[in-house]
Design a protein around this ligand. Sequence first.
Ligand SMILES: Cc1cc2nc3c(=O)[nH]c(=O)nc-3n(C[C@H](O)[C@H](O)[C@H](O)COP(=O)(O)OP(=O)(O)OC[C@H]3O[C@@H](n4cnc5c(N)ncnc54)[C@H](O)[C@@H]3O)c2cc1C
Length: 411
Amino acid sequence: MIGAGMIGVAAASFLQREGHEVVLIEPGNPGEGTSFGNAGCLNGSSVVPMSMPGTIKNVPQWLIDPMGPLVIRWAYLPALAPWLIRFIRAGTPGKVRAQAKALRSILGPSLATLAPLLKDAGAEDLVKKHGHLFVYRSQESWRKESLAWQLRRENGVEWDEFEADELRQLDPNLSRDYVKGVLVRENGHTVNPHRLVNSLAEAFVRNGGRIERTRAIAFELDGERLKGVRTESGTIAVEGAAVTAGIWSKTLAAGLGDRMPLETERGYHLMIRDPEVVPRIPVADAEGKFVATPMELGIRIAGTVELAGLKAPPNWERARVLLRHVRRMYPALQEAYADERVSTWMGHRPSLPDSLPAIGRSRRSPDVVYAFGHGHVGMAGAPMTGKLVAELLSGKPPSVDLAPFSPQRFG
Ligand SMILES: Cc1cc2nc3c(=O)[nH]c(=O)nc-3n(C[C@H](O)[C@H](O)[C@H](O)COP(=O)(O)OP(=O)(O)OC[C@H]3O[C@@H](n4cnc5c(N)ncnc54)[C@H](O)[C@@H]3O)c2cc1C
């Protein structure tokens, strides 16, 4: 397994359960990539692709708003253009229906699939299943999302709707500006994504798994059969491998002839320790496109899409904007906090333009499986993806139809 984020650790754990001897290759510590600082939502309902019919119409308005959810660094535009074109083309009514169905197949069973791993790791306290609340500032913005909710309904997601007064009862601390709330009860969240990945990695090691602290560079093939994974510290002989290196998977896949349109959608979080108020469950602001999640260390506000590539330094103003957003959601929060109470983070969502991950075999070798490109839903998508990787590497029929996730779908 190449890469010990949530995807790699879940896949390594399931493969181990199939009776294989498994090595996790990871240059850093497990869970310190993008899996570290996300919003922690484990939402089976996250079936709505990022590129939807009409998304493009909102872009100019988002870009000029300093508190808007999208930023593009213009110097990066030439490199970004091919991905952007594919992204826009992916947003037709027919395509988004197919994408939503495919997403539901891996996200719907997320919590149930994760359960045995949590139990084995003794980490059940890290995952809560209390639902997820979406809130709207106007009836108009609720109506604008009707297609998104239609896609959820078509895929079996159920919810309860709350009008302004009922919303107050549900969460008395919420700003009175919100006029509509939608509660999806099937969803869950982790109160510490980093500790979740670590606990699973520790259980993997306790069960006989090995973590090699090095970086994978290339694959050694004999014809189409895999002989080993070349790393910075020498070659590790293996019979099968999975590329689970998040955004960093692109170069490894290119080495096997798969040119993947994998792009980073950079996102930020801001954490407040000991906040004045904490939501009981994750609350998503539909217009601001951010989530406030109750974590064991405080409240985490996560969001923003910044298209600026892998190398540009973080723009911490994007994280500070999240404090302004969350104060509009929870007015009891302060305008400013002492530095020791606030921390910020930036991470790379590994995104393919059609909002679906790549799960399947490489072009050059059936022994190398890909599992990357989970974009906004890698935490929720990890359990089923891990199970699918284990099935593929064990020669078992996959539990879901893998055609929509084919790594070769981009030509
Ligand atoms: C702000 C934000 C909020 C988010 N909120 C949510 C959410 O609420 N719910 C959700 O489901 N998803 C969410 N996501 C998305 C989610 O975090 C990602 O999809 C997921 O973490 C990707 O996991 P991964 O294992 O593929 O990648 P990573 O966690 O990045 O792991 C990849 C690992 O590969 C290692 N690696 C890199 N190169 C090599 C190499 N050559 N050899 C070996 N190892 C290598 C890295 O060191 C790293 O540890 C969010 C993302 C962001 C940025």
